[in-house]
Design a protein around this ligand. Structure first.
Ligand code: GLN
Ligand code: ZN
Length: 786
């Protein structure tokens, strides 16, 4: 099942697993809802894997991965595989039940129905594992958790089962594993001062056991991902890498390891990487194009080099001729038998098939390539290198014309935007007065109680809301009917917020399909897709806009909805916007100008909107920068540059207003310690952040920095269906009060509530308001809350 043997191996490193029509999401959600069985779910999963293998084979991929599939997350799979399952999930040994797996992923409600009875944890309420960004992507993994007396045992046969499954279908695959060092490094421990990396010697035997069995069953190559090799590493980690791969190669010498690095250049870890006793090294030549020459000149003669030349992180079509020009000398020098062609990283991070996009601007469409198209590009490159460019002449000339068309298209350049950008220096980038002065003015204007309560913006996007939107999109209902429906939903949400006694209300964001898409659709320079979903976490997928050209705001975007919402209540109605950095970081961004330029263009558009909202009477305007931290470069040396333009962009958007206007911002799961200066420099009057899962630990950064502005540390984890009890929230608030002053503190959930159900949100927010009241009473009576 492979091309002629003289062909260069062509790999994908990993593929999207969600299915072209989001089949996995549907299967998971109906399983979780108890509508389908475990067997149904597993069948859908198997069908997706089969289709994936078949697709790669048909497109000319010769190094096809297995175990790149996951029901939820590959890091969670790894935790389960090695038996790193915290005691709270009630598992002791043996195969890990699916219910345990999903409890780790999503938490479990004690009294919720559980379709898989009989497990130890049944009936117990547990919270999910922590979740965080996978390197600098918008993919989130479940953070492994280790204790100092951690033991490991091979507890899932998934990699073996999937290798066998592919074999039975006629595909000889290269299994993919998260590497042991990256796995430990991504993990955390509650044991003070304990470094998970010290568990390496206990962990390695499990990898060895697994690799031996894979080898016995016929695997010749295994891909082990160690993306930690593109980070700033200390000597201990480098040493761990040496020990890990020395151990593996000594124990399973018959197996060839393709060690995959990606998301950046190997840089100062190159000596370490090149010395590892592995058979192949994969490098990311999109993020680190300059590393090709030094690596090619220094690589051991027995090492295979996998060239990551097709962008696995972005949607642009590859310049095939340019790529060939760049890599041909290296291939000649090393010989075709020592080179493989691959995407820069797994294709997990790009959408599946451009062919499904029938409504895209035809020019824009010719500039793009999704997973399927990228596979074809990879095969073309492989063929050109082994059989000559003439063998793929048509593909190359199509690629050449796309390059020229994109370079020269008037759809990309807008003179008015260029003029505004050149006047950047004359625009005010800071508020009129310092925070202390603004705070006084705002306190008088709003007259809020101590510990004001609010939410982050969205309320449940119920099936009814989504169906109405779908009907409107299909043309089944008129704009009028649709807006009438949205007004009714909004009115009901506002009525309910008043009823339960929240202090600062939101309109609920029912009119928004997505916090970035909603704005992108109203700005120039963005294109939208119908099916181009990528996994954000678990069953949550996003369809990032494609930022292809200069950005401007033809007309106001949110003023009408805000005005309507405020007309229904005397309480303050926060206006809701998405910030420029988040719009940028959650989009596929043009690669023909620096990101900083694209970001500032968006910032001006948001600034205009903020000014319009103030003029319409909005007293509080929230500019979400949910994704600010995730844009941080992986290497510390590049942080300052990024933070400078990111903060500047936020300030461009937020500082066109008067002192009395309270600017809020919101950030999702982030560690703040190392960016607290930048958070301070943003100078938002109020920031709400995710803190509940980390038990307010994240606030330590604000305390030691003496962060002066107001903060709403999230008191309830909105990623889980669990309803928090009042006591849990007062406990968290007590922890917050140890770190913040009382007049800084707001009370809110961790994030927006759009993914939750009203049945979950209602009792949770009722409890949250009750928790706020308890805090106020306790404060009034001088009692300590403990
Ligand atoms: N305002 C948005 C919402 O509530 C913020 C979401 C986010 O930060 N991810 O949904
Ligand atoms: Zn959030």
């Amino acid at each position: 099942m492979s091309l002629s043997s003289s062909s260069l191996p062509v790999a994908t490193l990993g593929t999207p697993r969600i299915g072209p029509r989001r089949e996995l999401k549907l299967a998971l959600e109906s399983f979780w809802a108890g509508k389908t069985s475990e067997r149904d779910l597993l069948q859908t999963a198997a069908a997706l894997r089969t289709a994936n293998w078949a697709r790669q084979h048909a497109l000319g991929i010769t190094v096809i991965p297995s175990n790149d599939f996951s029901l939820y997350d590959q890091v969670l799979d790894t935790s389960v595989m090695v038996g790193a399952i915290p005691a709270v999930y009630g598992w002791e040994s043996g195969p890990v039940p699916l219910a345990t797996y999903f409890a780790m992923a999503r938490g479990a409600q004690g009294d919720a129905h559980d379709t898989s009875c009989g497990h130890a944890h049944h009936g117990r309420s547990v919270v999910a594992q922590e979740m965080t960004k996978w390197f600098d992507t918008n993919y989130h993994y479940m953070v492994p958790e280790f204790s100092k007396d951690q033991t490991f045992a091979l507890s899932s046969r998934k990699p073996i089962a999937e290798f066998e499954e592919a074999k039975a279908l006629g595909y000889h695959t290269r299994p993919v594993l998260v590497g042991p060092v990256t796995f430990l490094k991504l993990g955390k421990s509650h044991d003070a001062g304990f470094d998970p990396l010290s568990l390496l010697d206990r962990l390695l035997p499990v990898y060895v056991e697994l690799l031996r069995e894979l080898a016995q069953r016929g695997a010749d190559w295994v891909q082990i991902d160690e993306p930690c090799l593109v980070l700033d590493l200390d000597e201990a980690t480098r040493d761990a890498l040496k020990r890990a791969y020395a151990g593996i190669s000594a124990a399973v010498p018959e197996l060839k390891i393709m060690l995959a690095t990606y998301f950046g250049e190997v840089g100062d870890n190159l000596d370490t990487a090149l010395a590892l006793p592995v058979a192949g090294l994969h490098i990311d030549l999109k993020r680190g194009p300059d590393q090709l020459a030094p690596i090619a000149s220094r690589i051991r003669p027995d090492l295979v080099l996998s060239l990551g030349v097709v962008d696995g992180r972005n949607v642009w079509r590859t310049d095939l001729s340019g790529t060939l020009d760049r890599i041909t000398p290296v291939v000649k020098q090393m010989g075709t038998h020592r080179v493989q062609i691959a995407p820069s990283c797994s294709l997990l991070h790009v959408p599946i098939d451009l062919a499904l996009e029938t409504d895209l601007d035809p020019d824009v469409k010719t500039w793009l390539a999704f997973s399927v198209q990228k596979m074809a590009e990879l095969a073309t490159l492989g063929k050109a290198l082994s059989q000559g460019r003439a063998s793929v002449a048509d593909a190359l000339s199509a690629s050449d014309s796309a390059v020229i068309s994109r370079d020269t298209s008037p759809k990309i350049h807008n003179d008015a935007v260029a003029r505004r950008m050149s006047g950047l220096a004359s625009v005010r980038h800071n508020r009129q007065s310092p925070f202390a002065q603004r705070a006084e003015i705002q306190r008088k204007a709003f007259d809020l109680p101590r510990f004001p309560t609010t939410t982050i913006g969205s309320f449940p996007q119920t099936a009814t809301v989504r169906n109405a939107r779908a009907s409107f999109t299909r043309g089944d209902i008129t704009l009028d009917t649709y807006e009438k429906f949205l007004r009714a939903e909004t009115a009901e949400a506002i009525r309910w917020q008043e009823e339960i006694g929240l202090d600062v209300l939101v309109h609920g964001e029912f009119e928004r399909n997505d916090m970035v898409q909603y704005f992108g659709e109203q700005l120039t320079g963005f294109a939208f897709t119908k099916h181009a979903w990528v996994q954000s976490y678990g069953s949550r997928y996003v369809r990032p806009p494609i930022l292809f050209g200069d950005v401007s705001r033809p007309t106001s975007m949110t003023v009408g909805w805000w005005r309507y919402a405020q007309s229904l209540t005397a309480k303050p109605m926060k206006a809701m916007l998405t910030g420029p950095v988040t719009i940028l970081n959650w989009s596929f961004v043009r690669d023909d100008v620096p990101r900083s330029v694209a970001c500032r263009q968006i910032a001006f558009a948001i600034r205009d909107e903020v000014i319009d909202l103030e003029e319409a009477g909005a007293g509080m305007i929230q500019i979400d920068e949910a994704a600010l931290r995730e844009g941080l470069p992986l290497r510390k040396s590049q942080w300052k540059t990024y933070l400078d333009w990111a903060v500047d962009s936020f300030r461009i958007s937020s500082s066109g207003v008067q002192d009395k206007t309270q600017v809020h911002t919101h950030m999702c799961y982030s560690e703040f310690n190392d960016i607290i200066d930048a958070i301070g420099a943003m100078d938002a009057d109020v920031i709400s952040i995710e803190t509940s899962r980390s038990k307010m630990e994240l606030l330590d950064a604000f305390r030691s920095y003496k962060y002066p502005n107001e903060i709403g540390p999230g008191v309830y984890d909105i990623h889980s269906p669990r309803v928090p009890e009042i006591g849990e929230m007062t406990e968290l608030l007590t922890l917050a009060r140890q770190r913040l002053t009382d007049d800084q503190l707001w009370i809110n959930p961790d994030c927006g509530l759009k993914t939750r159900k009203w049945e979950e949100v209602k009792p949770a927010l009722v409890n949250m308001v009750a928790a706020a009241r308890e805090m106020r009473t306790a404060l009034a009576s001088g009692r300590r809350m403990n």
